[in-house]
Write a protein that binds this ligand. Sequence first.
Ligand SMILES: Nc1nc2c(ncn2[C@@H]2O[C@H](COP(=O)(O)OP(=O)(O)OP(=O)(O)O)[C@@H](O)[C@H]2O)c(=O)[nH]1
Ligand SMILES: [Mg+2]
Length: 358
Amino acid sequence: MIEPVADLPSSLEPLLERFREGKVTALARAISVVENERTGFQALLHRVLSAGPRAARVGFTGPPGAGKSSLLAGMAAAYRRQDERVGVVAVDPTSPFSGGALLGDRIRMNDLATDPGIFIRSMATRGSLGGLATTTKEVLDLIDAFGIERVLVETVGVGQTELEITAAADTVVVVLVPESGDGIQAMKAGLMEIADIFVINKADRPGADRLVKEIRQAMHLRAGSALKDVPAHHGVDLSRVVAKRRSRDVALETGTWTIPVLKTVAQTGEGVDGLLDAVSRHREWMAETSELVLRRRARAGTRIRDVVDRELRRVAWKSPSVQAGLEDGLDRIAKGSATPYSVAGAILEGLLGSRASR
Ligand SMILES: Nc1nc2c(ncn2[C@@H]2O[C@H](COP(=O)(O)OP(=O)(O)OP(=O)(O)O)[C@@H](O)[C@H]2O)c(=O)[nH]1
Ligand SMILES: [Mg+2]
C-alpha cells in the first residue's frame, strides 16, 4: 500500500530533529535516506519542505570540460566571502568531482572542500532517460530546506539532463568554450531554450569573441519580433505559438530580460565577478516579475507528476497479484493466446478498474 505521507516512521524522528537543528551530519544522512528511498523518505521530505523553497539555485550546464566546475568553484568562493553558505551538487558519474578534483587549481578546491560552510555532494544520474533523477531534485530540496542560501548544481550537457536542469534551478548558466562550435550549434542543441545566462569560458583561447557574436546573433534571430506579426503560415499561427511559449520567452521578447553573453577565464577567475553580477541581476528580475513564482510552480508540478509516477510504478510492480498476472501472461504469450498488450491491459484493469481498458 501507499504509505500516508504524514506518517514519519519513529526511527526517522531523531534525524528530523537534528536536521532542524542544523546538524550537517543530519543533512548528509537525510540525503542517503532519500537517495536509497528508505521507508519514510517521502514523509521526511514532506516534513522538511513545508517551508517552501528559499535558496537561490543556479544550474550550470555545458559540454564536458567546458569549465563548469571551475566557474562554480569560483562562485562558491565568492559567496563564502560574503559569508553565505553554499551547497554544491554535481550530477554526472564521469565528472571528476570528488574533493580535490573539482578544480584544476587543487589548492583552492581543498580550501572549498574543507570549508564547513560548503556542502558538496556528487551524484550519479539515475534518470531512466539519462535526465536528472527525481531523487537528485529531492536532494537539492533537502539542501535548500536545510537553510543553505546558495545551491549550485552542475550537469554535463549531453542531452536530456541539460533540459531538466531548468526544472531544478532558478537560473541556468550555459557554459560554452570557443572550440565547442558555433552559436548555431548551441541553438540546435536546445541550449538557447534554457539559458538565462551564457558564459563563454576559456576566453584566453582564440575564437571567444567570434562565439560571443554568433550567440548574440542567434538570440536576436530567435527573439526576433519578426515572429509576432507574421500571419498564419502553413496552417500554424505563429503568433499563437509565441503566446504559448514560456513566460520567460515573452519577457525576453519584450526585452525585460536580455540574456547576457559573458566571457570568462575560470582558471584565473577573470570574469567571475561579472557572472556573479549577472546571476544576481537575474534573480532580482525574477523576483520583480512573476517569473520566480512561475518557475517554482512549474517545478512543483513536475515533482507531483514524478512522485505520482514513481508511486504508481512501485505499487504496481510490488503487488503479488500483478506479479502473478505477469507470469501467467508470459505463459499465455508463449502459447500464442495473448500479446504483451492484452496482458498489460489485464494488469492495468486489475489495478485501476475499468478506466484502464480504454
Ligand atoms: N585555458 C583554460 N582552461 C580552463 C579554463 N577554465 C577551466 N580550464 C581547464 O579546463 C579543464 C576542465 O575544467 P573543469 O572545470 O573541470 O570543466 P567541467 O566543465 O567541470 O568538466 P566536466 O565536469 O568534466 O564536464 C581543467 O583542466 C581546467 O583547468 C579557462 O578559462 N581557460
Ligand atoms: Mg565538472
